[in-house]
Ligand binder design. Structure first.
Ligand code: GRF
Length: 204
């Protein structure tokens, strides 16, 4: 069998999407493994989850680096040391600079809790509630130079209920995120994603 794809996950917090990818990759037929987890926050639960699973967990303190480019270069160094072929942003709260995006183009994914291009940026669930949309959801996309603007890989919708709070809507969307992200990683690992201009063609 082909060697599994080596995935690097960048995460700043809770790590539930990391967990979903780890759970999926524990299955023998999953074509990818998490090779390393990098965080910009020392206490991130994501680092703990990784360590508990025996996955290398690396804290890189932004304060130790002069500027964003130096910080991003340090991330690249860690990813390369672990021979990463795909980078998954999973609640990574820093914006990656243009040099990083260029170096990893087509090999970095992000997950966002809305149906992009609606509600990019922070507090997507709050934005959805404020706009009174009846449907929201989750999006996995490739990362480009913008914020939540790259080519869309997969999306899944959920209803927005009249009595939803930010928390109840976030929880409904999160369940879809956990389904979607491992699926996107699998499709990438199996070579079924092709970026054509601003679109992604999925070969199902
Ligand atoms: C998720 O809602 C994801 O869509 C967003 O940040 C959150 C991360 O959650 N980008 P977790 O750390 O994976 O639990």
């Amino acid at each position: 069998m082909k060697e599994p794809l080596r995935v690097g996950v960048l995460a700043s917090g809770r790590g539930s999407n990391l967990q979903a990818i780890l759970d999926a990759s524990a299955r023998a037929d999953f074509p990818a493994r998490v090779a390393v987890v990098v965080s910009d926050r020392e206490g991130a639960r994501a680092l703990k989850i990784a360590a508990e699973r025996g996955v290398p967990a690396v804290f890189l303190n932004p304060k130790d680096f002069g500027d964003r480019e130096a910080y991003d270069a340090a991330i690249t160094k860690v990813l390369e040391a672990h021979q990463v072929g795909l980078v998954c942003l999973a609640g990574f709260m820093r914006i990656l600079g243009p040099a990083f995006v260029r170096a990893w183009r087509g090999r970095v994914m992000n997950i966002h809790p809305s149906l992009l291009p609606a509600f990019p940026g922070l507090n997507a669930q709050r934005q959805a509630l404020d706009h009174g949309v009846k449907i929201s959801g989750a999006t996995v996309h490739f990362v480009d130079e913008g914020v939540d603007t790259g080519p869309i890989i997969l999306q899944s919708s959920v209803p927005v209920q009249p009595d939803d709070s930010e928390e109840t809507l976030a929880a409904r969307i999160l369940a879809e995120e956990h389904r979607l992200y491992p699926q996107a990683v699998r499709l990438f690992a199996e070579g079924r994603l092709r970026i054509v201009g601003s679109r992604v063609i999925v070969e199902w």
